[in-house]
Design a protein around this ligand. Structure first.
Ligand code: PLP
Length: 441
Protein backbone atom coordinates (compact mmCIF):
# COMPACT_ATOMS: atom_id res chain seq x y z
CA UNK A 1 0.00 0.00 0.00
CA UNK A 2 1.39 3.37 -0.99
CA UNK A 3 1.34 6.49 1.15
CA UNK A 4 2.15 8.61 -1.89
CA UNK A 5 -0.52 10.57 -3.67
CA UNK A 6 0.42 9.47 -7.16
CA UNK A 7 -0.56 11.28 -10.35
CA UNK A 8 -3.20 8.59 -10.93
CA UNK A 9 -4.51 6.97 -7.81
CA UNK A 10 -4.70 3.20 -7.82
CA UNK A 11 -2.47 2.60 -10.81
CA UNK A 12 0.41 0.26 -10.25
CA UNK A 13 3.60 1.64 -11.63
CA UNK A 14 6.95 -0.03 -12.00
CA UNK A 15 9.60 1.10 -9.52
CA UNK A 16 12.62 2.70 -11.15
CA UNK A 17 15.78 1.43 -9.47
CA UNK A 18 18.54 2.30 -11.91
CA UNK A 19 19.30 4.55 -14.84
CA UNK A 20 22.18 4.35 -17.27
CA UNK A 21 22.54 6.17 -20.56
CA UNK A 22 19.21 6.08 -22.39
CA UNK A 23 17.85 3.24 -20.21
CA UNK A 24 15.85 2.99 -16.99
CA UNK A 25 15.57 -0.33 -15.15
CA UNK A 26 12.74 -1.25 -12.79
CA UNK A 27 12.75 -3.38 -9.64
CA UNK A 28 11.71 -6.47 -11.61
CA UNK A 29 14.66 -6.15 -13.94
CA UNK A 30 12.76 -4.80 -16.94
CA UNK A 31 14.66 -2.23 -18.94
CA UNK A 32 13.03 0.66 -20.80
CA UNK A 33 14.45 2.92 -23.51
CA UNK A 34 13.79 6.46 -22.36
CA UNK A 35 12.41 7.57 -25.70
CA UNK A 36 10.83 10.69 -24.25
CA UNK A 37 13.47 11.73 -21.71
CA UNK A 38 10.63 11.41 -19.18
CA UNK A 39 8.84 14.55 -20.33
CA UNK A 40 11.65 15.94 -22.50
CA UNK A 41 13.86 16.28 -19.43
CA UNK A 42 16.75 13.77 -19.54
CA UNK A 43 18.65 15.37 -22.40
CA UNK A 44 21.92 13.64 -21.49
CA UNK A 45 20.40 10.37 -20.39
CA UNK A 46 20.76 8.97 -16.90
CA UNK A 47 23.72 8.86 -14.53
CA UNK A 48 25.96 10.95 -16.75
CA UNK A 49 29.32 10.62 -14.99
CA UNK A 50 30.52 14.16 -15.66
CA UNK A 51 27.34 15.68 -14.26
CA UNK A 52 27.42 13.42 -11.20
CA UNK A 53 31.04 14.41 -10.56
CA UNK A 54 30.18 18.11 -10.80
CA UNK A 55 27.38 17.63 -8.28
CA UNK A 56 29.63 15.65 -5.92
CA UNK A 57 32.33 18.31 -6.12
CA UNK A 58 29.79 20.99 -5.22
CA UNK A 59 28.43 18.85 -2.35
CA UNK A 60 31.90 18.73 -0.89
CA UNK A 61 32.03 22.56 -0.93
CA UNK A 62 28.59 23.80 0.08
CA UNK A 63 25.10 22.46 -0.52
CA UNK A 64 22.95 25.46 0.33
CA UNK A 65 23.32 29.17 0.92
CA UNK A 66 20.20 31.36 0.93
CA UNK A 67 20.25 33.86 -1.95
CA UNK A 68 19.31 36.79 0.30
CA UNK A 69 22.64 36.27 2.09
CA UNK A 70 25.06 34.91 -0.52
CA UNK A 71 25.74 34.29 -4.16
CA UNK A 72 27.85 31.28 -5.23
CA UNK A 73 30.44 30.64 -7.90
CA UNK A 74 28.28 27.99 -9.55
CA UNK A 75 25.21 30.24 -9.85
CA UNK A 76 27.33 33.09 -11.25
CA UNK A 77 29.03 30.73 -13.72
CA UNK A 78 25.71 29.34 -14.87
CA UNK A 79 24.35 32.82 -15.54
CA UNK A 80 27.51 33.70 -17.47
CA UNK A 81 27.32 30.54 -19.57
CA UNK A 82 23.65 31.11 -20.43
CA UNK A 83 24.18 34.74 -21.39
CA UNK A 84 27.14 33.74 -23.57
CA UNK A 85 24.98 31.14 -25.27
CA UNK A 86 21.87 33.23 -25.85
CA UNK A 87 21.59 35.89 -28.52
CA UNK A 88 22.01 39.51 -27.49
CA UNK A 89 18.77 40.71 -25.96
CA UNK A 90 18.71 37.98 -23.35
CA UNK A 91 21.28 39.50 -21.09
CA UNK A 92 20.51 38.42 -17.54
CA UNK A 93 19.40 35.27 -15.76
CA UNK A 94 17.01 34.61 -12.89
CA UNK A 95 17.29 31.08 -11.48
CA UNK A 96 14.33 29.06 -10.20
CA UNK A 97 13.60 25.37 -9.59
CA UNK A 98 11.46 24.31 -12.54
CA UNK A 99 9.32 25.28 -15.50
CA UNK A 100 6.19 26.52 -13.76
CA UNK A 101 8.28 28.67 -11.44
CA UNK A 102 10.06 30.11 -14.46
CA UNK A 103 6.76 31.01 -16.13
CA UNK A 104 5.40 32.58 -12.92
CA UNK A 105 8.57 34.63 -12.54
CA UNK A 106 8.46 35.77 -16.18
CA UNK A 107 4.85 36.92 -15.79
CA UNK A 108 5.72 38.85 -12.65
CA UNK A 109 8.76 40.38 -14.37
CA UNK A 110 6.53 41.58 -17.21
CA UNK A 111 4.07 43.10 -14.77
CA UNK A 112 6.73 44.73 -12.59
CA UNK A 113 8.50 46.08 -15.67
CA UNK A 114 5.42 48.03 -16.70
CA UNK A 115 4.91 49.32 -13.17
CA UNK A 116 8.54 50.48 -13.08
CA UNK A 117 8.31 52.28 -16.44
CA UNK A 118 5.09 54.07 -15.56
CA UNK A 119 2.58 51.94 -17.47
CA UNK A 120 0.75 50.27 -14.57
CA UNK A 121 -2.41 49.92 -16.67
CA UNK A 122 -0.77 47.05 -18.60
CA UNK A 123 -2.09 43.83 -17.11
CA UNK A 124 -3.48 41.55 -19.82
CA UNK A 125 -1.74 38.32 -20.77
CA UNK A 126 -2.45 36.82 -24.18
CA UNK A 127 -1.35 33.25 -24.90
CA UNK A 128 -2.43 30.49 -27.25
CA UNK A 129 -4.96 27.71 -26.99
CA UNK A 130 -3.45 24.24 -26.77
CA UNK A 131 -0.26 25.37 -25.11
CA UNK A 132 1.02 24.25 -21.75
CA UNK A 133 2.94 26.60 -19.49
CA UNK A 134 2.83 24.79 -16.15
CA UNK A 135 0.50 23.86 -13.33
CA UNK A 136 0.85 26.68 -10.80
CA UNK A 137 -2.03 29.13 -10.83
CA UNK A 138 -0.51 31.84 -13.05
CA UNK A 139 1.12 29.38 -15.42
CA UNK A 140 -2.05 27.28 -15.63
CA UNK A 141 -4.10 30.39 -16.39
CA UNK A 142 -1.64 31.26 -19.15
CA UNK A 143 -1.75 27.77 -20.68
CA UNK A 144 -4.54 27.19 -23.12
CA UNK A 145 -5.38 23.53 -22.60
CA UNK A 146 -9.09 23.44 -21.77
CA UNK A 147 -9.04 20.15 -19.87
CA UNK A 148 -6.18 21.15 -17.58
CA UNK A 149 -7.83 24.48 -16.80
CA UNK A 150 -11.47 23.41 -16.48
CA UNK A 151 -11.95 22.64 -12.78
CA UNK A 152 -9.59 25.41 -11.63
CA UNK A 153 -11.07 28.10 -13.87
CA UNK A 154 -12.93 29.94 -11.08
CA UNK A 155 -9.66 30.58 -9.25
CA UNK A 156 -7.48 31.41 -12.27
CA UNK A 157 -6.56 35.02 -13.04
CA UNK A 158 -8.06 36.41 -16.24
CA UNK A 159 -6.03 35.60 -19.36
CA UNK A 160 -6.82 35.62 -23.07
CA UNK A 161 -6.12 33.09 -25.77
CA UNK A 162 -5.72 33.10 -29.53
CA UNK A 163 -5.29 30.21 -31.97
CA UNK A 164 -2.17 28.07 -31.97
CA UNK A 165 -0.08 27.84 -35.13
CA UNK A 166 -1.18 24.31 -36.03
CA UNK A 167 -0.87 23.96 -39.78
CA UNK A 168 -1.83 20.26 -39.96
CA UNK A 169 -5.38 21.05 -38.85
CA UNK A 170 -5.91 24.77 -39.15
CA UNK A 171 -4.21 25.86 -42.36
CA UNK A 172 -7.02 26.03 -44.88
CA UNK A 173 -7.06 24.26 -48.23
CA UNK A 174 -5.39 26.55 -50.74
CA UNK A 175 -3.89 28.75 -48.03
CA UNK A 176 -0.10 29.20 -48.15
CA UNK A 177 1.92 28.93 -44.93
CA UNK A 178 2.67 32.67 -45.28
CA UNK A 179 -1.00 33.53 -45.59
CA UNK A 180 -1.81 31.25 -42.64
CA UNK A 181 0.83 32.99 -40.51
CA UNK A 182 -0.60 36.36 -41.51
CA UNK A 183 -4.11 35.25 -40.62
CA UNK A 184 -2.92 34.20 -37.14
CA UNK A 185 -0.97 37.41 -36.67
CA UNK A 186 -4.13 39.31 -37.63
CA UNK A 187 -6.06 37.41 -34.97
CA UNK A 188 -3.47 38.37 -32.36
CA UNK A 189 -3.56 42.01 -33.39
CA UNK A 190 -7.36 42.03 -33.29
CA UNK A 191 -7.28 40.57 -29.76
CA UNK A 192 -4.80 43.25 -28.65
CA UNK A 193 -7.00 45.99 -30.06
CA UNK A 194 -10.13 44.45 -28.51
CA UNK A 195 -8.51 44.43 -25.06
CA UNK A 196 -7.03 47.91 -25.51
CA UNK A 197 -3.48 47.96 -26.85
CA UNK A 198 -2.06 49.86 -23.88
CA UNK A 199 -3.55 47.40 -21.38
CA UNK A 200 -1.77 44.30 -22.75
CA UNK A 201 1.50 43.41 -21.02
CA UNK A 202 2.65 40.15 -22.62
CA UNK A 203 2.14 37.58 -25.33
CA UNK A 204 3.29 34.12 -24.25
CA UNK A 205 4.04 31.21 -26.60
CA UNK A 206 6.02 28.00 -26.91
CA UNK A 207 8.15 28.30 -30.09
CA UNK A 208 7.57 24.58 -30.72
CA UNK A 209 4.51 23.39 -28.82
CA UNK A 210 5.34 20.30 -26.78
CA UNK A 211 3.17 18.37 -24.36
CA UNK A 212 -0.29 19.51 -25.43
CA UNK A 213 0.12 19.52 -29.24
CA UNK A 214 2.97 17.09 -29.86
CA UNK A 215 6.02 18.91 -31.28
CA UNK A 216 4.22 21.42 -33.46
CA UNK A 217 6.59 23.94 -35.05
CA UNK A 218 5.31 27.25 -36.42
CA UNK A 219 5.01 28.08 -40.11
CA UNK A 220 7.87 30.18 -41.46
CA UNK A 221 7.48 33.85 -40.71
CA UNK A 222 4.80 33.51 -38.04
CA UNK A 223 7.01 34.51 -35.10
CA UNK A 224 8.49 37.42 -37.02
CA UNK A 225 4.99 38.79 -37.46
CA UNK A 226 4.29 38.18 -33.77
CA UNK A 227 7.50 40.00 -32.81
CA UNK A 228 6.52 42.94 -35.02
CA UNK A 229 3.06 43.19 -33.49
CA UNK A 230 4.45 43.06 -29.94
CA UNK A 231 6.89 45.85 -30.82
CA UNK A 232 4.19 47.92 -32.48
CA UNK A 233 2.07 47.93 -29.34
CA UNK A 234 4.88 47.91 -26.75
CA UNK A 235 3.99 44.40 -25.55
CA UNK A 236 6.60 42.03 -24.10
CA UNK A 237 7.14 38.74 -25.91
CA UNK A 238 7.66 35.82 -23.51
CA UNK A 239 8.81 32.61 -25.18
CA UNK A 240 8.42 29.46 -23.12
CA UNK A 241 11.33 27.16 -23.99
CA UNK A 242 10.86 24.95 -20.95
CA UNK A 243 10.32 21.91 -23.18
CA UNK A 244 11.64 22.89 -26.60
CA UNK A 245 14.76 24.71 -25.39
CA UNK A 246 18.30 23.68 -24.43
CA UNK A 247 19.12 22.02 -27.73
CA UNK A 248 16.00 19.87 -28.06
CA UNK A 249 15.17 21.12 -31.58
CA UNK A 250 18.74 21.13 -32.90
CA UNK A 251 19.62 24.71 -31.93
CA UNK A 252 20.30 25.73 -28.34
CA UNK A 253 17.04 27.69 -28.27
CA UNK A 254 14.12 26.85 -30.53
CA UNK A 255 13.37 30.52 -31.26
CA UNK A 256 16.76 30.89 -32.97
CA UNK A 257 15.23 29.11 -35.98
CA UNK A 258 12.58 31.85 -36.22
CA UNK A 259 14.98 34.78 -36.55
CA UNK A 260 13.64 36.67 -33.55
CA UNK A 261 14.64 37.31 -29.94
CA UNK A 262 12.07 37.46 -27.13
CA UNK A 263 12.10 39.95 -24.22
CA UNK A 264 11.83 37.14 -21.71
CA UNK A 265 12.48 33.43 -22.10
CA UNK A 266 11.81 30.53 -19.75
CA UNK A 267 13.92 27.38 -19.67
CA UNK A 268 13.92 24.32 -17.36
CA UNK A 269 13.77 20.57 -18.16
CA UNK A 270 16.89 20.21 -20.36
CA UNK A 271 18.73 22.83 -18.32
CA UNK A 272 19.14 20.42 -15.43
CA UNK A 273 18.67 17.31 -17.54
CA UNK A 274 16.75 15.73 -14.65
CA UNK A 275 19.90 15.58 -12.54
CA UNK A 276 18.55 18.43 -10.46
CA UNK A 277 15.35 20.49 -10.43
CA UNK A 278 16.23 23.83 -11.98
CA UNK A 279 14.75 26.43 -14.29
CA UNK A 280 15.55 29.97 -15.33
CA UNK A 281 14.17 33.12 -16.86
CA UNK A 282 16.41 35.04 -19.21
CA UNK A 283 15.58 38.71 -19.52
CA UNK A 284 16.58 41.68 -21.63
CA UNK A 285 18.87 44.46 -20.52
CA UNK A 286 15.91 46.85 -20.84
CA UNK A 287 13.87 44.93 -18.27
CA UNK A 288 16.89 44.50 -16.00
CA UNK A 289 17.60 48.25 -16.17
CA UNK A 290 14.00 49.12 -15.36
CA UNK A 291 14.33 47.09 -12.15
CA UNK A 292 17.84 48.35 -11.38
CA UNK A 293 17.03 52.00 -11.94
CA UNK A 294 13.56 51.73 -10.46
CA UNK A 295 12.86 49.90 -7.22
CA UNK A 296 16.29 48.22 -7.28
CA UNK A 297 14.88 44.73 -6.97
CA UNK A 298 12.68 42.14 -8.58
CA UNK A 299 9.93 41.61 -6.05
CA UNK A 300 9.96 37.84 -6.02
CA UNK A 301 11.98 34.93 -4.63
CA UNK A 302 11.76 31.34 -3.46
CA UNK A 303 13.78 29.48 -0.84
CA UNK A 304 15.61 27.30 -3.34
CA UNK A 305 16.40 29.73 -6.16
CA UNK A 306 20.00 29.47 -7.27
CA UNK A 307 20.48 26.21 -5.37
CA UNK A 308 24.21 25.39 -5.55
CA UNK A 309 23.89 21.70 -6.40
CA UNK A 310 21.26 22.44 -9.03
CA UNK A 311 23.47 25.18 -10.45
CA UNK A 312 26.50 22.85 -10.45
CA UNK A 313 24.55 20.17 -12.33
CA UNK A 314 23.16 22.69 -14.82
CA UNK A 315 26.60 24.21 -15.36
CA UNK A 316 27.96 20.84 -16.42
CA UNK A 317 24.87 20.01 -18.51
CA UNK A 318 25.20 23.32 -20.36
CA UNK A 319 28.93 22.78 -20.84
CA UNK A 320 28.19 19.41 -22.46
CA UNK A 321 25.38 20.86 -24.58
CA UNK A 322 27.83 23.45 -25.90
CA UNK A 323 30.20 20.83 -27.28
CA UNK A 324 29.71 20.83 -31.07
CA UNK A 325 29.29 17.04 -31.21
CA UNK A 326 26.24 17.20 -28.90
CA UNK A 327 24.15 19.43 -31.15
CA UNK A 328 25.41 17.61 -34.24
CA UNK A 329 24.04 14.38 -32.83
CA UNK A 330 20.67 16.00 -32.09
CA UNK A 331 20.39 17.09 -35.72
CA UNK A 332 21.65 13.79 -37.18
CA UNK A 333 19.62 11.53 -34.93
CA UNK A 334 16.61 13.83 -35.25
CA UNK A 335 16.66 13.40 -39.00
CA UNK A 336 17.05 9.65 -38.65
CA UNK A 337 14.08 9.61 -36.30
CA UNK A 338 11.87 11.59 -38.69
CA UNK A 339 12.90 9.50 -41.73
CA UNK A 340 12.45 6.26 -39.78
CA UNK A 341 9.05 7.29 -38.44
CA UNK A 342 7.93 8.31 -41.92
CA UNK A 343 9.00 4.92 -43.27
CA UNK A 344 7.49 2.86 -40.45
CA UNK A 345 4.30 4.83 -39.82
CA UNK A 346 3.77 7.11 -42.79
CA UNK A 347 1.53 4.57 -44.55
CA UNK A 348 -0.48 3.67 -41.46
CA UNK A 349 -4.17 4.43 -41.79
CA UNK A 350 -4.05 5.79 -38.26
CA UNK A 351 -1.11 8.15 -38.42
CA UNK A 352 -2.16 11.58 -39.62
CA UNK A 353 1.01 13.61 -39.15
CA UNK A 354 4.64 13.07 -38.18
CA UNK A 355 6.36 16.32 -37.26
CA UNK A 356 8.86 18.19 -35.18
CA UNK A 357 12.45 19.33 -35.13
CA UNK A 358 15.66 17.80 -33.88
CA UNK A 359 15.05 15.16 -31.22
CA UNK A 360 11.56 16.51 -30.59
CA UNK A 361 9.06 14.62 -32.71
CA UNK A 362 5.29 14.18 -32.58
CA UNK A 363 3.00 11.63 -34.15
CA UNK A 364 -0.67 12.52 -34.40
CA UNK A 365 -2.99 9.54 -34.34
CA UNK A 366 -6.30 9.70 -36.23
CA UNK A 367 -9.26 7.40 -36.79
CA UNK A 368 -9.52 8.51 -40.42
CA UNK A 369 -6.52 9.78 -42.27
CA UNK A 370 -8.50 11.51 -45.05
CA UNK A 371 -10.87 13.45 -42.84
CA UNK A 372 -8.35 13.75 -39.94
CA UNK A 373 -11.17 12.65 -37.66
CA UNK A 374 -9.79 11.70 -34.23
CA UNK A 375 -10.60 8.58 -32.25
CA UNK A 376 -13.42 8.72 -29.72
CA UNK A 377 -11.73 9.96 -26.52
CA UNK A 378 -13.47 7.11 -24.66
CA UNK A 379 -11.09 4.70 -26.40
CA UNK A 380 -8.21 6.36 -24.57
CA UNK A 381 -5.87 5.60 -27.45
CA UNK A 382 -3.09 7.69 -25.98
CA UNK A 383 -3.00 5.91 -22.63
CA UNK A 384 -3.18 2.55 -24.39
CA UNK A 385 -0.18 3.47 -26.51
CA UNK A 386 1.73 4.38 -23.36
CA UNK A 387 0.86 1.06 -21.77
CA UNK A 388 1.70 -0.98 -24.87
CA UNK A 389 4.98 0.89 -25.29
CA UNK A 390 5.97 0.25 -21.67
CA UNK A 391 5.19 -3.44 -22.18
CA UNK A 392 7.67 -3.34 -25.05
CA UNK A 393 10.33 -1.56 -23.05
CA UNK A 394 9.78 1.94 -24.44
CA UNK A 395 8.99 5.18 -22.68
CA UNK A 396 7.18 7.63 -24.94
CA UNK A 397 4.94 10.57 -24.02
CA UNK A 398 1.43 10.15 -25.44
CA UNK A 399 -1.27 12.68 -24.68
CA UNK A 400 -4.95 13.18 -25.50
CA UNK A 401 -6.93 16.33 -26.22
CA UNK A 402 -4.58 17.37 -29.02
CA UNK A 403 -7.24 19.25 -30.96
CA UNK A 404 -9.28 21.00 -28.30
CA UNK A 405 -8.30 19.62 -24.91
CA UNK A 406 -10.69 16.67 -25.30
CA UNK A 407 -10.39 15.19 -28.80
CA UNK A 408 -7.26 13.95 -30.53
CA UNK A 409 -4.28 11.81 -29.61
CA UNK A 410 -0.58 12.23 -30.18
CA UNK A 411 2.70 10.69 -29.09
CA UNK A 412 5.72 12.83 -28.24
CA UNK A 413 9.26 11.50 -28.60
CA UNK A 414 12.17 13.35 -26.99
CA UNK A 415 15.06 10.95 -26.47
CA UNK A 416 18.40 11.92 -24.87
CA UNK A 417 20.91 13.69 -27.12
CA UNK A 418 23.43 10.90 -26.57
CA UNK A 419 21.26 8.42 -28.47
CA UNK A 420 22.80 6.26 -31.21
CA UNK A 421 21.44 5.17 -34.57
CA UNK A 422 20.46 1.58 -33.56
CA UNK A 423 18.68 2.92 -30.50
CA UNK A 424 16.65 5.31 -32.67
CA UNK A 425 15.65 2.33 -34.79
CA UNK A 426 14.62 0.37 -31.70
CA UNK A 427 12.40 3.26 -30.57
CA UNK A 428 10.68 3.30 -33.97
CA UNK A 429 10.14 -0.49 -34.02
CA UNK A 430 8.73 -0.58 -30.51
CA UNK A 431 6.53 2.46 -31.03
CA UNK A 432 5.10 1.13 -34.29
CA UNK A 433 4.21 -2.15 -32.56
CA UNK A 434 2.71 -0.30 -29.58
CA UNK A 435 0.52 1.89 -31.80
CA UNK A 436 -0.74 -1.16 -33.72
CA UNK A 437 -1.52 -3.02 -30.49
CA UNK A 438 -3.25 -0.01 -28.93
CA UNK A 439 -5.51 0.49 -31.89
CA UNK A 440 -6.24 -3.21 -32.31
CA UNK A 441 -7.02 -3.64 -28.61
N1 PLP B 1 6.23 25.20 -19.86
C1 PLP B 1 6.27 24.20 -20.76
C2 PLP B 1 6.36 24.51 -22.22
C3 PLP B 1 6.23 22.87 -20.32
O1 PLP B 1 6.26 21.87 -21.22
C4 PLP B 1 6.18 22.60 -18.93
C5 PLP B 1 6.12 21.20 -18.45
O2 PLP B 1 5.86 20.28 -19.15
C6 PLP B 1 6.13 23.68 -18.04
C7 PLP B 1 6.17 24.96 -18.54
C8 PLP B 1 6.07 23.43 -16.57
O3 PLP B 1 7.26 22.94 -16.11
P1 PLP B 1 7.37 22.15 -14.72
O4 PLP B 1 6.61 20.88 -14.90
O5 PLP B 1 8.84 21.96 -14.52
O6 PLP B 1 6.77 23.04 -13.68
Amino acid sequence: MTKLLHRTIGSTMPRAVAGEGIYITDSEGHTYIDGSGGAAVSCLGHNHPEVLDAMKAQMARITYAHTSFFTTDVAEELAEQLVELAPKGLDYVYLVSGGSEAVEAALKMARQYFVEVGQPQRRHIIARRQSYHGNTIGALATGGNAWRRAQFKPILPETHHVSPCYAYRDMQAGETPEAYGERLAGELEAKIIELGADTVMAFVAEPVVGATLGAVAPVAGYFQLVRRICDKYGILLILDEVMCGMGRTGTMFAFEQEGIVPDLMTIAKGLGGGFQPIGAVMLSETIYRAFAEGSGLFQHGHTYIGHPIAAAAANKVVEILRRPETMKNVVRMGERLQVGLDAALGQSAYVGDIRGRGLFRGIEIVANKDTKEPFDPARKINSRIKKEAMRRGLMCYPMGGTIDGVHGDHVLLAPPYIIEAEQIDMIIDRLAAAIDAAIAG
